[in-house]
Design a protein around this ligand. Structure first.
Ligand code: PBG
Length: 323
């Protein structure tokens, strides 16, 4: 009790604060999401996500190299195809935008981990994450297409695949397709706990993947549910997931902590587009110190229990952390 206990003794200066700091953020924690589009020499800024771009392959390679040089070990690729159709053919086209980007990045920066988002929504004309029939997203017929997509990413040289569609059973289907085709060593990072969130708004501009009718609440999770998150994670782990992800991050820190405490796999958290855009907007208005808020948010996600953080801030945060 006071005056014996004075917690301020350990806050006196930078040195002692660093000695007792519990959570240390590092560029190694980050995975940088990138949006690859068709064409050449394209670099189009996403208006709601300053500092993020739709880029053609050569520019993706440059971006990936910069990330690697800053100490960021991985990127995750999203694709914007030239043509979309009802079954998302561009997603499993061996010469699709993502497949081309994987090859180019692996050639240029072989040690960088290239992860791919596995989903149909960027490739379907209706913008949903699966096959649609009479206004409904069908689960089981979608699994085969997702497995084809994941396999084509592996064949192009991807180091890891990350299904984000939220169809039931997709981790198992993907695992099976990879194993049957000689890719038993490619890990699956599952978007195991993915909520139907308004924080994805800016991403849908970035990936041009807004659903043309309805929304995603019939397959993504209800933000009100906590127990269900554990159930989703357990199912994916049983199907062979190697890493489980929670998405979004900031409004779901309790879920990240639950998962960290209840499973022994690495836990990833996705600091999503809307979380990024809010920081950028407030900083532009001069209402917050953008760099400090960014580092505080990333630290909180790690403190909550995330081993890996997917974040659009990866390069700028790494640059600050590297001093
Ligand atoms: C694709 C996908 C989405 C995000 C990642 N993968 C969008 C969605 O589900 O609508 C969102 C990422 C972000 O907001 O940064 N299914």
């Amino acid at each position: 009790m006071f005056p014996i206990h004075r917690p301020r003794r350990l806050r006196k200066n930078d040195t002692v604060r660093a000695m007792v700091r519990e959570t240390i953020l590092s560029p190694k924690d980050f995975i940088l999401p990138l949006f690859v589009t068709y064409g050449r020499n394209v670099r189009k800024e996403i208006s709601s996500m300053p500092g993020c771009y739709q880029e053609s392959v050569e520019n993706i390679v440059e971006n990936a190299r910069e990330a690697w040089n800053l100490g960021v070990p991985a990127i995750i690729l999203f694709g914007i195809p030239e043509h979309k159709d009802a079954v998302g053919s561009g997603a499993y086209d061996p010469h699709g935008v993502v497949q081309n980007a994987i090859k180019a990045v692996k050639d240029a920066v072989p040690e960088l981990m290239v992860i791919t988002d596995v989903c149909l929504c960027e490739f379907t004309d209706h913008g949903h994450c699966g096959v649609v029939h009479e206004g409904e997203v069908l689960n089981d017929p979608t699994l085969e297409l997702l497995a084809r997509e994941a396999l084509s990413h592996a064949q192009a040289g991807a180091d890891m695949v990350a299904p984000s569609d939220m169809m039931d059973g997709r981790v198992g289907s993907i695992r099976e397709a990879l194993d049957e085709n000689g890719f038993g060593n490619i890990p699956v990072m599952s978007y195991a706990v993915k909520y139907a969130s308004a924080f994805y708004g800016p991403f849908r501009e970035a990936a041009e993947s807004t659903p043309q009718f309805g929304d995603r609440r019939a397959y993504q999770m209800d933000p009100a549910n906590r127990r269900e998150a554990m159930r989703e994670a357990v199912l994916d782990i049983e199907e062979g997931a190697d890493i489980v992800m929670v998405k979004p991050a900031l409004s779901y820190l309790d879920i990240i902590r639950d998962l960290r405490d209840s499973c022994d796999l690495p836990v990833a958290a996705y600091n999503v587009s809307g979380e990024y855009s809010m920081v950028k907007a407030a900083a532009r208005m001069g209402w917050v110190d953008g760099n400090r808020v960014m580092l505080e948010i990333l630290t909180s996600i790690k403190r909550a229990g995330a081993d890996l953080i997917l974040t659009y801030h990866a390069k700028e945060a790494a640059a600050l952390l590297n001093g």
